[in-house]
Structure formats: C-alpha cells, structure tokens
Design a binder for this molecule. Structure first.
Ligand SMILES: [Ca+2]
Ligand SMILES: [Ca+2]
Ligand SMILES: [Ca+2]
Ligand SMILES: [Ca+2]
Length: 380
C-alpha cells in the first residue's frame, strides 16, 4: 500500500513536469531592459545567468543560450529555466506606517479586528500581524517576475526617474571580473592600496565589530578611503589568507544613490575604472536586484504578462547575485552561485527566512531540427 502511494506520487510529478511548460523568459532580443547576455563558459558546464534571478535559456531558441549545457559545447542542456524564490514573515503596517496588531489572538473569522500601535485600547501585549510573503524571481507557470534590477521597465511610470532611467538602464546589467586579470589581496594597479576599486561600485565594509579583528580599522569605510599604512596588515600571509572583501561588504549601504552598482565606476578617483578588485573565479558575474523599488515608485512592482492577475507584497530585500566558474580540471564541472539577500527595511526584521531555487529541469539537445517545437523534447 505504501509503495503504491509512492509510485503514484512519482508518476504525478512526471506528468506535472511535462505539462507545466507554460511561461517563458523575456526574450533577450530588443531593448536592453533586463540583462540576459551573460553565460558561464570557461568550465565544462555552461549556464546563462541574468540580473533578475532567472537562469537558463527558457524559450530563447535563436540565439540559443547554454542552459546547464554539459559537457560544454555538446549542445545538450540539463535545464529549461530556473529562478530564485525567497520568503519570510514580515510585520504588517498600515498606510501611515503604523505597526498593526490582532485585537484578539488567535483571530477568528468573526473577530479579526486589527489595531495600530498607540490606538485607544491597544496594549503592548497584543500580537503583531505577521504576513508570510514569498517573492519569486520567475513563477514558471504564469509569466511573472518579482525580482527586478533597479532600472527595469516599470520605472518608466516614475516621472522623477525618467532622466536616470535613460542614463542607467543600459548600464544596470551584469558586471564581470576574473582572477585571470586581477588578484585578491594584491595591489593590481600599483597605487599602494589593495582591492580598492572593484568592478562596478565597491561597497563600504561592515561595522568594525562584524569584521575579523585584524581588519577592524576598515570598519564602516570604503577601501579606497583607507590610508596606505592600513594595508600593511596584509603583509602577514595568515592575515592575507582570510582577507575576503566581497564577504566583508555592507550590502545595506544606501550612500550610492545612482543604484547603478554594476556599471563601471572609479571608486578611488584615480582616472582608472575597476582596475583593482578581488575576483573569486576565472569568470565572476555579479548582478543586483530587488523585490521593491529602491526609488519608491508607486504601484505594484511585478513584471510580465501575468502581472494583472497578481498582487506582489514586497519583503524589501536587495539581492547581490554572484556566480563563479573555473576551468581547472578538479572543479570545472560546476557553476557556483551565491545569493546575498539583505533586509532593506529600516524598522522591521524579516523572520523565518527561507530560500529556494525553482528549476524546470528539461534534459535534451538544444535542437533536433529547426521545425520541431521544443516542448516535444523527451524527458530522459
Ligand atoms: Ca587604483
Ligand atoms: Ca590598488
Ligand atoms: Ca580607479
Ligand atoms: Ca569600481
């Protein structure tokens, strides 16, 4: 009996997998509104990445982008499309930003009155209203995107950002760096400072007490602003070994108001751009995206043809997505993807955070012949 149930579930999953093909990624052709132009190809498994949490080729047949293509160059994909999903519980507030509470807890259908903090009759022992919210990079079933770069097509509706949109949309893409040209802990440009000018904007470090003790002097500061003497700490090989500026950065920083983090930027104002960073792999791709509008644009912030049927409640998170690949034999068969998800709410914690990667993992050759639609690919 038990076995029957398990078999049934598996069959159901297989059936579901073959019918849930519905939506596809925004085609990469046309205006440069979202960035789908980068893919990992220095190792033995090739993968397209994006600056809105989407992975793979989707329905982009021409040009064909590698979508977990393995071995690299074989034309065999192991992924149709994938995306980041992130969820958490968040305090509900009213239009005047007042924290909301249940008058009685647990609430019932007959008694679900809400009270705001400080309202007559409100007491501090009341339970706050916590919403369980999930933001999906790509829904998969409908055509829906809830993680978007700062400069995305929805920003057109914000007249205050029209000028910036024209200026930065094409620049707000995916940045790339490589250990083939720059090294962590090395003064690549010989100006006396080390790793002071990463690709794009170089975030300031976290506060001193969040850093390894050796690097406390860097707390809260930009590397480019440090005196030359501060870098002598890296003369000790043991200290240099744990120097990892990408991990030390304060990603909640709001001081860089253009939000074009991936665009080339001269952090140390020496006339050279992005000349001294600390890449991790031979092919680093870095992108930034949000589940809310950092410019405060009014209205529902979701994108895609299904947005009319969807209401997106943002968690207010910023994501730095970094993906890495190497060509070395012992590590060539992988793409490493890291998501740094930052709570950008100034007052509220995000509770019980959970993340997942949605994967629609079709397996098959990229082309059987131009006439055949992709949905006829067999599942191996
Ligand atoms: Ca420099
Ligand atoms: Ca330097
Ligand atoms: Ca520079
Ligand atoms: Ca830079």
């Amino acid at each position: 009996m038990k076995m029957n149930k398990i078999v049934f579930c598996l069959l159901l999953l297989l059936l579901t997998a073959s019918f849930v093909h519905a939506a596809m990624a925004d085609p990469s052709t046309g205006t440069k509104k979202l960035d789908l132009t980068r893919y990992h190809n220095v190792g033995n498994i090739w993968l397209r990445v994006s600056n809105y949490g989407f992975f793979g080729s989707g329905d982009d047949i021409v040009p064909q982008y590698p979508s977990l293509e393995y071995p690299g160059g074989s034309g065999i994909d192991y992924l149709y499309q994938g995306a980041l999903w992130f969820g958490a519980k968040k305090t509900r507030r009213d239009g005047l930003n007042r924290k909301l509470y249940w008058k009685t807890y647990p609430p019932t259908a007959a008694n679900d009155t809400l009270m705001f903090e400080g309202q007559e009759g409100w007491t501090p022992d009341m339970k706050p209203v916590l919403d369980t919210l999930v933001t999906v990079g790509f829904d998969g079933d409908a055509d829906l995107y809830e993680f978007l770069p700062a400069y995305n097509p929805l920003l057109v509706s914000n007249p205050a950002q029209a000028e910036n949109y024209a200026l930065y949309n094409a620049l707000d893409g995916i940045a790339t760096a490589s250990t083939r040209t720059q090294k962590r802990g090395v003064d690549d440009d010989g100006d006396g400072r080390i790793d002071e000018d990463f690709v794009g904007y170089t975030f300031p470090f976290r506060e001193a007490d969040e850093l390894p003790t050796q690097f406390r002097a860097f707390g809260g500061r930009h590397i480019a602003d440090m005196p030359l003497s501060a870098f002598s700490v890296l003369d000790d090989p043991a200290t240099a070994e744990i120097w990892f500026p990408l991990g030390f950065m304060d990603l909640s920083d709001r001081s860089f108001t253009s939000y074009a983090f991936a665009a080339r930027y001269d952090d140390d104002h020496d006339g050279r751009f992005d000349e001294d960073g600390a890449p991790v792999s031979e092919q680093d791709f870095i992108a930034y995206y949000y589940d809310y509008c950092p410019f405060g644009t009014e209205g529902d912030r979701d994108h895609g043809s299904a947005r009319g049927r969807n209401r997106h409640y943002p968690l207010n998170v910023r994501v730095r997505q970094m993906s890495y690949q190497w060509s070395y034999d012992y590590i060539k068969n992988l793409v490493y993807v890291e998501f740094n998800i930052t709570n950008m709410n100034t007052e509220d914690d995000l509770i019980d955070c959970a993340m997942g990667i949605y994967m629609d993992a079709d397996v098959g050759p990229q082309t059987w012949g131009v006439e055949k639609p992709r949905t006829t690919y067999p599942v191996m």
